[in-house]
Design a protein around this ligand. Structure first.
Ligand code: NAD
Length: 492
């Protein structure tokens, strides 16, 4: 196996990196490519095949073939576990190389990219262990019959991923599917295709059978839409925006393919007046600048009890003003670029529209200049005012938080729930009974107490309303989603 440094360099040398279908490294049928760039400099990193319907069809067929003929679906969970443990071990061994590529491709700070790679390793190991213990045959006590239900893998499963946590989300998505015996076709985002290709390469090297993991690259409109609408899939999983999620769900609906959607958010942090103001401001400032605010479950609406509102805002401004915006691979950088020029325009556009609708710019944000690096940088921003403002209602996906005061618990809950989204909120208070009561009134998939962005393995993570449907990830339910039930009955 190649050395770690060479492994990373290969993906960053400007070459065309082929996609993986049925164990073969292939170009697009029509030879088209797209270029992936470093968001911190705008410089090209690599080319990947711009695949479309024909290529995606080959990939789904390859996944089917592997499901039926490679032995993957029929081997024991322990045998699959051995191969997948090898994959986890080898990814961990090459963590730095993958993180180096992910950091360059996604504009991620290197230590955060390393954390993402480790997260895939941990998630995979967690599901491997689960697959060894979950009971797949349940005898049923039914009068006059011998009966049982068995749980079996579905077959070829499709996965479409966004650009904000490319490698980590692959781990959350495909781990339960693979341990259950399914085969997968992965479509990474066009901005961040490289780490998925690295995973495919390592899977092949450690002996995962050909066709079990396929990676198709290309745009959402071509490769993504072809995968979402493929009638040969048995399950589909999409992580991304609600707008595209709706298109994917429509396409799956036409084929009656079950679909899981993990979508956007507009989470609230409810801050009561008994908190440690400095410590809470510190944590929320870190949350909103983490990966430059491009986090689906971020706390983007900060609801603060009126009696501490002014002091809290002051503490937040002081922290956000100090954030060092810079190139993601420089050790002193605290906040890197956003992913591309379009995303920067989106963030700046929301600041303008928010102000035009009457929001106060407490910290104005705007473009950040990083000398020597011509990338897509913005500064953190804080807006304040009424929550019917566009910047308080829509997902911005940048380092922008919106502040508003509240008077009591009832009003805080009403404000937090007054959104089209339902992904994750947090409640901050020294009174844990109150915090729990408020947390349990949230209309969302996740409520966190005195913390934000918390994902322990074993706790289901998913959204409702515009934030998702069809399940969630990181728990036994996600594993069960990747098995189908079959009842077997014999009259006595
Ligand atoms: P996006 O919806 O634009 O793209 C996501 C993926 O869908 C990409 O791979 C893209 O190529 C593909 N795609 C685009 N058009 C398509 C089409 N017509 N048919 C099929 N596929 C298509 O999202 P994004 O901008 O990459 O990511 C940001 C969004 O993802 C935000 O809304 C964020 O909140 C959400 N997100 C949610 C979670 C979660 O776990 N709930 C996690 C991360 C990101």
């Amino acid at each position: 196996m190649s050395d770690s440094t060479d492994f990373a360099a290969e993906y960053l040398a400007g070459a065309t990196m082929p996609a993986l279908i049925g164990g073969r490294w292939v170009e697009a049928e029509h030879r088209a490519t797209l270029t992936t760039r470093d968001p911190g400099t705008g410089a090209p990193l690599a080319k990947v095949p711009a695949m479309d319907r024909g290529d995606v069809d080959h990939a789904v067929q390859a996944a089917h073939h592997a499901f039926r003929h490679s032995g993957w679906a029929t081997m024991s969970a322990a045998e699959r576990g051995v191969l997948l443990h090898r994959l986890a071990d080898e990814v961990e061994r090459r963590k730095l190389a993958i993180a180096r590529v992910e950091a360059a491709d996604a504009g991620k700070i290197l230590t955060q990219a390393e954390g993402d790679v480790q997260n895939l390793v941990d998630t995979l190991r967690y599901f491997i262990e689960m697959s060894l213990r979950v009971q797949r045959r349940t005898p049923l006590a039914v009068r006059g019959h011998e009966a049982a239900t068995v749980r079996l893998p579905w077959g070829a499963c499709g996965f479409i991923f966004p650009w904000n946590f490319p490698f980590l989300l692959i781990g959350w998505g495909i781990s339960p599917a693979l341990v259950a015996g399914n085969t997968v076709v992965i479509k990474p985002a066009e901005d961040t295709p490289l780490s998925a290709l690295m995973l495919g390469r390592i899977a092949q090297e450690v002996g995962i059978p050909d066709g079990v993991i396929n990676v198709v690259t290309g745009t959402g409109e071509a490769a993504g839409a072809a995968l979402a609408g493929h009638p040969g899939l048995r399950r589909m999983s999409f992580t991304g925006s609600p707008e595209v999620g709706r298109l994917v769900a429509e396409a799956c609906g036409r084929n009656l393919v079950p679909v899981k959607l993990e979508l956007g958010g507009k989470g609230a942090a409810v801050v009561f007046d008994d908190v440690d103001i400095d410590a809470t401001a510190d944590k929320l400032a870190k949350a909103i600048t983490f990966h430059t605010g491009q986090v689906c479950c971020d706390a983007t609406r900060w609801l603060v009890q009126r009696s501490i509102y002014d002091r809290f805002v002051e503490a937040c401004v002081a922290r956000l003003e100090q954030i060092r915006v810079g190139y993601q691979l420089e050790p002193a950088t605290q906040m890197g670029p956003v992913v591309n020029a379009k995303q920067r325009e989106r963030v700046l556009g929301y600041l303008d529209r928010g102000r035009a609708e009457g929001a106060k710019l407490v910290l104005p944000g705007g473009r950040a200049n990083v000398p020597g690096h011509d990338g897509f940088y913005v500064k953190p921003a804080l807006l304040a005012g009424s929550l019917d403002n566009v910047a308080a209602r829509e997902e911005i996906f940048g380092p922008v938080a919106y502040l508003t005061p509240f008077d009591d618990e009832e009003q805080a809950v009403a404000l937090a729930n007054d959104t089209d989204y339902g992904l994750a909120n947090s409640v901050w208070s020294a009174d844990l009974d109150r915090a729990r009561q408020v947390a349990e009134q949230m209309v969302a998939g996740n409520s966190w107490i005195n913390a934000h962005n918390v994902f322990p393995l074993g706790v289901p993570y998913g959204g409702i309303k515009k934030s998702g449907m069809g399940g969630g990830v990181l728990s036994v339910e996600a594993f069960l989603d990747y098995t189908r039930g079959l009842s077997v009955v014999r009259p006595l």
